[in-house]
Design a protein around this ligand. Sequence first.
Ligand SMILES: [Zn+2]
Length: 81
Amino acid sequence: MTKPIAPENAIGRLSRMDAINNKSVLEAGLRQAKEKLDRLKYVFSRVDAEDFGICKKCNNPIPVGRILLMPQSIYCVKCAQ
Ligand SMILES: [Zn+2]
């Protein structure tokens, strides 16, 4: 659904506007999902590293609950804000 919208007469002008709107919403979602996937891949590649679970900013341990809820985050709650 993120492919270019063809100006088909069949769906009409308003429907086309809707389709374009939906497309940008979906594209934003897709972009966010890709970013999350990239971060997850990065974190996953570092699971065995000595500093895994350590906040990249303040060097304090990230609580296990946060790692379980947001495994893609490399910052503790405080530094992520
Ligand atoms: Zn931190």
